[in-house]
Design a protein around this ligand. Structure first.
Ligand SMILES: [Zn+2]
Length: 109
């Protein structure tokens, strides 16, 4: 069997789809909001960096989700899975488009 049989590739896509999340993980230095804290005046005394996940909701609005450090690995994995899934779907789209183009050209002859 070839290393990437249809079944194997379908299984991989499903694994990715099960965990994939679209968005970006960013590290941000934050002000805590206490007026007496050093971070209020001095940008170099801001806290963090803290992790935030930025994404768009189903209506296209930008959203931010605070991510505690213990979830960092999981979120990074989810973002990587999304990227791999997207790449795989683009490849599939190209194959499907070429197949369509062939059928359309044949019909035109
Ligand atoms: Zn502070």
């Amino acid at each position: 069997m070839p290393p990437h049989s249809d079944t194997e590739s379908a299984r991989r896509l499903r694994e990715l789809a099960d965990v994939a999340i679209q968005g970006n993980l960013t590290e941000v230095l934050v002000r805590c909001g206490k007026p007496t804290c050093a971070c209020a005046q001095d940008p170099s005394r801001r806290h963090g960096p803290s992790l935030y996940f930025k994404y768009r909701d189903s209506e296209g609005r930008s959203k931010t989700l605070y991510i505690p450090r213990q979830y960092e690995a999981e979120v990074r994995e989810a973002v990587a899975a999304w990227a791999e899934l997207w790449k795989a779907m683009l490849e599939r789209s190209q194959i499907n488009r070429e197949a369509l183009a062939q059928r359309v050209r044949k019909k035109g002859e």
